[in-house]
Every structure is written in C-alpha cells, then in structure tokens.
Design a protein around this ligand. Structure first.
Ligand SMILES: C=C(O[C@@H]1C=C(C(=O)O)C=C[C@H]1O)C(=O)O
Length: 441
C-alpha cells in the first residue's frame, strides 16, 4: 500500500500507476465485505446508492488548514494515473473525511483519524438501481484481474450469520455537565447580545462504556431501516483507530458536472407522540422566529459562499424534514457553476456552514474551541467521496459516534442564537444523540 503524506503526496501520487476493473455481481448480501475485510474499510450509503469498500491501493492524509488542497491535488494526480474501463456507477472513488478544526488536537479520542484521510480502496462493492458491481484497483492490470477473481470468490463464499443487537451501555460520562452547559450557553448569549456573535453551534460529547463491542455492520443495517433517506457511513482508517459511523440528514455538497446540490438544515424540534402533536410541533417550528432566524443565517451563508463561483443560485421552499426523533427546518439550494470546479473547492468554501459552526465564522470557531472541552475530530465535518471527474458528494458528519473496542463517543450540538434557552437546547442535543444511542443501548 502506498500511503501519501502532506507535501510528498502530489509527486508520489502522479508516479503511481493504478489499474481498475469491475464485474457485475449476482445476488449477495451488501454487508458481506464489511464483515470479512480488514481495515481500512469504508461504508457509504446514500438514498440512491450503497457502497462498501476495503483495503488501500493508495491513501492520503494531510493536516492543518491546507488539508483540502492537499487532498484535492493528490486525488487529481492519482486519478490521472488511473487506467481501466469501469461502468459509471461502479467507478473507483476516493472515500474519506476531514477533521472539523484545523488546529492541534486537544485529546487522544481521535488518534488514528488524521485531519484529512482519503483512501482509494482495493476492493469496492457498489449497489445502484438494483444492480451490483465488484470493482478492484491495483498497481498493475494483471494484479487487478487476479484480485477481482479472488474477491468474487471470497464474497460468494461468505455465509450469512445471525445479526446481533446493540451491545448495551454500562457507564456514561457527559461533557459538559448540565450546569456547565447552562454557563456555556449564557456566555454565548452574552456574546450575541454584545454583537460579537450572531450564532454559534455548541456541541456536547457523551462517552459510553459498552457491555461488548458494537457490530458496525449490524448497526448500519438497523440505521438503513430507520434512516433510509440519510447518508449512512462508517470509516475505519486503521486497526487501532476504531470506526466513525453515523446516519446524517445533512448534505454539505453534491457536485455532478457543474450542478451543485446542497441545502440548509437548521432549526429543530422533537417528534410528537400522536399525529396531531407531531403536526402541531412542525407548525410551531415553521412559525418560530427564533428557528427561522437560525435557519436564515445558514441559507444566507451558503448562498454567499456559492455566489462567487455560480452563474445561478436557487433556493427552494422551506419545509419540514422529519426524522425518527427530531424534525428540522430544511431549504434545498441548487447552483449552476460558472466553470469546472473540484468538489473539494466547494467543500473547503462551505465547511463549516453556520448549521454546525456559526457567524461570523472566525468568532464562532474561536468560541467553539474555547468552550468545548473535547475534540470534535471528524464530528460535524465533511465526509464523502470524490471521483476522477472531480465530482463527489459530502455529508456533514452529525448524528455520529466514534466506536473503539468497548467504548463509544457520541457527539451532538445545537445552534445558539438570541432567544435560545439553555434547557431547551440541552433537550435538543439529547434528541440528536438518539440515532446513535439506539444502536448502543
Ligand atoms: C449540530 C447538529 O445538528 C445541526 C444543528 C441543528 C439545529 O441547531 O437546529 C439542526 C441540524 C443540524 O444542522 C447535530 O446534530 O449535532
């Protein structure tokens, strides 16, 4: 495996010949690869396609503020040296993600997850529109063909097994405590009143000890059922790193050719126990000045980032996005770009949107860093894929957890604006833990 780091990455990648080949597969269970492959592994499931991948023909990691550019340049060089004819849905892609902050780490929770890490998998299984493909990459066409035969056999030979349930939680630690949270929110509110901030998204972390290890394939299978229109993802960069997984409703950006799909998702309430209560909560959210303000800031910021690179930016109708435990205000945003751009240029411009960061961006990031007593790592940061055309899809990695051995760390946050109430925001964060907690307890 070729591991490329920082500045060396671009030169090394362009010298690396890579061959890809692919074959249609008959029926097999989509989570087989995850169960039988060693790290690194990746799972990426969107509403329209489902991908599992393993091994590394090449990988790139980068640190610091240049991490987007390093990955973009390395990816471009790597794809230039890629040969082989593969049907579009099965095309080889680089999968990976970024850390939320570009500064130094404040603890060891995220060891094994660089500030940026992307992998060109050796083996990739793609399900799209009812068809399945096995794609492999290798240093030479001969090795690729051998690998294709080998993996086809291994996948066909894997037997089904019983699914396990959630492992169960034996202990938990919350950061911050409820009291500290109140103080943090009050401090943010006073910055908002003093006009130093307009909005800041403050997060919490919940570390749990488990009665046993989590089965990520089984957790994802359950998340598929509960969150079919979310991005379900799992990244395991190495043996020791653990797995960062989740089911996020939030698209950061999806680029196909010159068409950008994104959206604002901000402003939250719970789900009702009855249909009437649920509708009442939705109406209240649609009418809430506080939530509409919180949401407007996100729409405005995304439009502002896209305007300089777009011929046209269009904003759709604001509506309610209902998820199993929360409902959000959502506005779809589309843009037609004024020229060819790499998806990572857009990722860099958009991350973090005020849905997970705040406004003004620098003041909000400083507040987050000085307030949160844990490292966000990859939480609320971009995760997704890039292809040879520079297209790709990135989601915002919320509703997520980092699982390692018999522990897991969950993360969730809430947007603080004038009129936010610390106790309501606390409750909102607890609802946002639910998707991951339900997989653990
Ligand atoms: C920050 C999170 O969610 C974000 C914050 C929201 C809000 O404050 O209303 C809603 C959706 C997300 O954009 C999270 O789930 O951790």
């Amino acid at each position: 495996m070729e591991t490329l780091h920082g500045d060396e990455a671009v030169g090394a990648a362009s010298e690396l010949p890579v061959s890809a080949c692919s074959r249609r597969l008959e029926d097999f269970s989509p989570d087989v690869l995850q169960r039988i492959a060693d790290a690194p592994t990746v799972v990426w499931r969107g509403p329209r396609e489902s991908i599992a991948a393993a091994g590394a023909t090449a990988s790139v990691s980068a640190d610091g503020p240049d991490r987007f550019e390093t990955v973009r340049e390395t990816a471009t060089a790597l794809f230039e040296s890629l040969t082989g004819d593969v049907p579009r849905p099965a095309r080889p892609r680089l999968f990976g993600g970024f850390a939320f902050h570009d500064g130094a780490r404040s603890d060891t929770t995220w060891d094994g997850f660089p500030d940026a890490w992307f992998v060109l998998p050796r083996v990739q299984v793609t399900a799209h529109n009812g068809a399945r493909w096995l794609t492999v990459t290798a240093e030479t066409p001969d090795i690729a063909t051998e690998r294709l035969d080998d993996w086809q056999e291994r996948l066909a030979g894997a037997t089904d097994r019983e699914r396990s349930g959630p492992p169960g939680i034996v202990d938990e630690r919350r950061t911050p405590s409820r009291e500290d949270w109140r103080e943090q929110i009050e401090a943010a509110l006073s910055d908002i009143r003093a006009a130093r901030l307009r909005k800041v998204v403050l997060a919490q972390s919940l570390s749990v000890d488990l009665a046993g290890p989590v089965s990520i394939p089984d957790a994802l299978a359950r998340l598929d059922g509960t969150y079919p229109d979310c991005y379900r993802f799992a990244f395991t960069p190495g043996d020791e790193a653990g797995t960062f997984f989740g089911a996020t409703p939030e698209t950061l950006v999806s680029l196909t050719d010159r068409t950008v799909r994104t959206g604002a998702l901000a402003g939250s309430t719970g789900r009702g126990d009855t249909r009437n209560e649920d509708e009442w909560l939705a109406e209240e959210l649609l009418d809430s000045d506080k939530d509409n303000h919180e949401h407007d800031l996100v729409v405005e910021a995304i439009r502002e980032q896209l305007d300089p690179v777009a011929e046209r930016v269009t904003t759709g109708k604001r509506s309610i996005r209902k998820l199993a435990t929360v409902q959000h205000l959502e506005t779809p945003i589309r843009a037609a770009l004024d020229g060819d751009r790499h998806v990572l240029e857009l990722v860099e411009a958009l991350h973090p949107t005020p849905a997970v960061g705040g406004l003004p961006p620098d003041a909000a990031l400083e507040t987050i860093k000085s307030t949160e007593a844990f490292d966000r790592g990859w939480y609320a940061a971009p995760v997704g894929w890039i292809d040879a055309d520079g297209d790709g899809t990135f989601a915002v990695a919320i509703r997520s957890a980092l699982a390692r051995d018999r522990t897991a760390t969950l993360f969730a946050g809430a947007g603080i604006v004038a009129d936010s109430d610390p106790d309501r925001e606390w409750d909102e964060v607890q609802l946002k833990y639910r998707p991951m907690l339900d997989e653990l307890e």
